[in-house]
Design a protein around this ligand. Structure first.
Ligand code: GLA
Length: 726
């Protein structure tokens, strides 16, 4: 890892172990983007700017500004001066003009990585991380912009963010501030993204990039079920193991845009940042704005390498929880078992049966507070409903503990039911536009988390619950998207700040929670997996992946999620059949195998399982204890995707020392008159022998010829195979 400034060529070069990123100062003023890709040992690459090539119009002076701005690859493009491609920065002055022109001023290279005020971000210590700050100024506005880039000794990722400061005399308005942008020549790129819906999150889609702009975005106030803050540009031949990938992932949980734009010269601009829709930030003299972080990964060795780069970066430099490297307690959650219809007796019955089978924690889901017995009341009234939980929370928790289990609880701090004490007392605390009907969703409004008095109040109420009993785990839910965006506390010219201030409020409160309760295991959630993003992983080591617990639906959801996020972060449970979301019936074993890829737990009425199923629970609990260290800490390899082949899914986890692997194989559809399949394993030691299902093979054979997996009779049949060096 290093950062070089070549003063002869005015070139900055950021190097990771296998990649390089180059920036040039052009005409002593502009920042041009030179290169991103496989590592370069030389910085003599200015020719990549094509400074000597003009537009092919004889009458035009090739250094004329308009022509220059419209075709030069730029590092941080702005609105208003003649670059007609997507800008990264749009400033409106107090007089109403939309333009800025940054001029390069200097740079600084420092050891380590500065934190980003109020925001989640990757971190790195001075021995393993270095940061480049490039300073630019627009003297008319008095605006200083610092572009931040960090590289890590142990990762091929590069992180970026942007700091905008007002050093002038009057305020200006930031109408758009993306966190990363760069230009490169098209190579027939295809765009990959993650798309879905509630219960169907993060399905992978790949499509050709044509002329114009293609974007992936959310202005729902959260990263969302629908589109995900991730984009990759891949060459057409790219597979898991080969081909080029340029990926961006946002360390942020609110509105975002990721965009690829192919222009008239077949140049592609890739960018990512806060969605400009609904965003304006007034920056007064002396104030600064920090744009959230984008993680960029280049892989010249296919998607699998990209995946493992993200996984390692997030495990080593993003997730802070002490639980990251620990086996999490196997939990049983009562949601799909009871929904709102439970009392302490029902919970204790579940806990008792669960404890006998080796389950380690009971999680009490939605419905324990206020007068909540359906989803139409009480959010905001964070007081235990003693009609349901007779004897109170502490007694319940102590009884659960007597069974040798821990206790966890569900909360939804960001919400307020119109039917609640809190709303009757503080109607102005809901996000709303005066004079308009406030949009309800799941019969709830959203609390104005931009206001500290609101977050402080909710925090104290929830902290009081957590202090009232021995609570080991919290599931922080968020069950609707934002609309009718107005804050009763913000002045007119700051209403455009609400979406982002809301996110800062969520982050502030989560930070406070994990600081005050350092032993708490926090799991984030949002109507399933609508806020499964790198921003939330800074606060919680795991996130509920989806409300869809059907093993087959989960294959696509977990494949898409694990393309970026470590499998140790994916909340995954075994539930009953027919499945509550899709009505499908799958074997109990298969449900267990699919859930083993994540944090593992149960979400069913365990008192109603047959003896045979209870035996299977015991076996699954054993499997979890046997395999979780490997699954959590190992390297993930995608071997086959049912979305591509129509029949089977397969992935593999390999230990860092390549001594152990676990192969998962799910036959989704049986094939009439089908033969066995040879599944080729990845990255084993070719010189080493391995035992699999009692037989010894050479690593080379397992990789080149494959392990034989018999064809089974029936759909949804799965197996996991242990592979161990001998
Ligand atoms: C969301 C969560 C579920 C459950 C319900 C409770 O949908 O994703 O797991 O907690 O809310 O209302």
């Amino acid at each position: 890892m290093n950062i070089i400034y070549d003063s002869i060529n005015s070139v900055f070069m950021l190097n990771t172990e296998n990649t390089s990123y180059g920036i040039a100062v052009v005409d002593g003023k502009y920042l041009g983007h030179l290169y991103y890709g496989e590592k370069l040992e030389s910085t003599d690459i200015r020719y990549l700017l094509r400074e000597d090539e003009g537009p092919r119009v004889p009458s035009v002076n090739r250094r004329e500004k308009g022509a220059f701005l419209d075709c030069t690859p730029l590092e941080y493009p702005e609105t208003g001066m003649g670059d007609y491609r997507e800008s990264a920065l749009c400033i409106r002055s107090l007089s109403g003009y939309r333009a800025s022109e940054l001029c390069y001023e200097g740079y600084e290279i420092c050891e380590g990585k500065p934190s980003l005020e109020g925001l989640p971000a990757t971190w790195g210590d001075p021995s393993g991380c270095r940061t480049l700050k490039i300073f630019c100024r627009d003297s008319l506005l008095g605006m200083k912009v610092t572009l931040l880039y960090s590289v890590f000794a142990d990762s091929d990722a590069i992180t970026r963010s942007v700091l905008v400061e007002n050093e002038g005399e009057e305020p200006f308005y930031i109408e758009k501030v993306l966190s990363a942008s760069f230009d490169m020549d098209d190579r027939g790129f295809e765009v990959m993204g993650l798309f879905g819906s509630w219960a169907r999150e993060r399905h992978i889609q790949r499509m050709p990039l044509g002329y114009g702009r293609q974007n992936i975005s959310s202005f729902r106030g959260e990263s969302s079920h629908q589109e995900h803050p991730f984009m990759a540009l891949v060459t057409p031949e790219t597979t898991q193991d080969a081909g080029e990938v340029y990926a961006m992932n946002f360390v942020y949980s609110g509105n975002f845009i990721a965009q690829a734009e192919k222009n008239q010269f077949d140049s592609v601009r890739m960018s990512m940042g806060i969605h400009p829709e609904g965003f304006t930030w007034k920056l007064g003299p002396g104030e600064r704005f920090t744009a959230p972080e984008v993680v960029m990964v280049y892989s010249g060795e296919g998607l699998g390498k990209m995946t493992r780069t993200f996984h390692d970066l997030y495990r080593n430099h993003l997730i802070r929880s002490p639980y990251l490297h620990q086996k999490r307690p196997i939990l049983i959650n009562n949601w799909e078992a009871t929904y709102f219809d439970f009392d302490e007796k029902k919970l204790l019955d579940i806990a008792e049966e669960a404890s006998k089978l080796g389950i380690e924690m009971l999680v009490m889901d939605d419905g324990w507070f206020g007068k909540r017995s359906s989803d139409d009341s009480s959010l905001g009234d964070w007081v235990v409903n003693e009609e349901k939980i007779k004897g109170g929370l502490n007694a319940l928790v102590e009884n659960v503990k007597k069974m040798g289990m821990k206790f966890g609880i569900w909360i939804e701090p960001e919400m307020i039911s119109p039917e609640s004490e809190l709303y009757r007392e503080h109607p102005d605390w809901a996000i709303q536009i005066p004079g308009r009907e406030t949009t309800q969703s799941r019969a709830q409004y959203v609390l104005d988390f931009s206001r500290e008095e609101v977050t402080d109040y909710i925090y104290e109420k929830i902290a009081a619950v957590l202090r009232s009993a021995d609570i080991s785990y919290v599931k922080w839910d968020m069950n609707r998207q934002l609309a009718t965006m107005g804050s009763c506390a913000l002045p007119a010219d700051r209403q455009g700040e609400l979406y982002h201030r809301y996110m800062l409020g969520v982050y502030r409160m989560q930070e406070r929670l994990i600081t005050d309760f350092p032993d708490l295991l926090l799991e984030n959630c949002s109507g399933g997996g609508a806020r499964f993003d790198a921003g939330m992983l800074y606060y919680s080591p795991q996130i509920w992946c989806s409300d869809d617990t059907d093993a087959i639906e989960r294959l696509a959801i977990q494949e898409g999620t694990a393309m970026i996020y470590p499998v140790s972060t994916m909340g995954a449970h075994v539930s009953v059949c027919p499945n509550h979301t899709v009505g499908r019936t799958t074997p109990f074993e298969t449900r267990g195998h699919v859930a083993l890829l994540g944090t593992f737990g149960y979400e069913l009425d365990i008192t109603k399982l047959s003896d045979e199923e209870k035996d299977l629970v015991k076996r699954q609990v054993e499997c979890y204890h046997r395999y979780n260290d490997l699954i959590r800490e190992g390297d993930y390899y995608r071997i086959a995707s049912v979305a591509e082949n129509g029949y089977y899914d397969s992935w593999m986890i390999l230990s860092g020392d390549r001594q152990k692997a676990l192969l998962f194989y799910i036959q989704v559809r049986a094939r009439a008159n089908g033969k066995s399949r040879f599944v080729r394993l990845k990255e084993l030691d070719p010189e080493q022998n391995y035992r699999a299902e009692g037989k010894v093979y050479s690593g080379q054979v397992l990789m080149r010829a494959g392990l034989r997996i018999p064809a089974e009779f029936g759909d949804f049949v799965s197996r996991i195979i242990e592979i161990e060096a001998v």
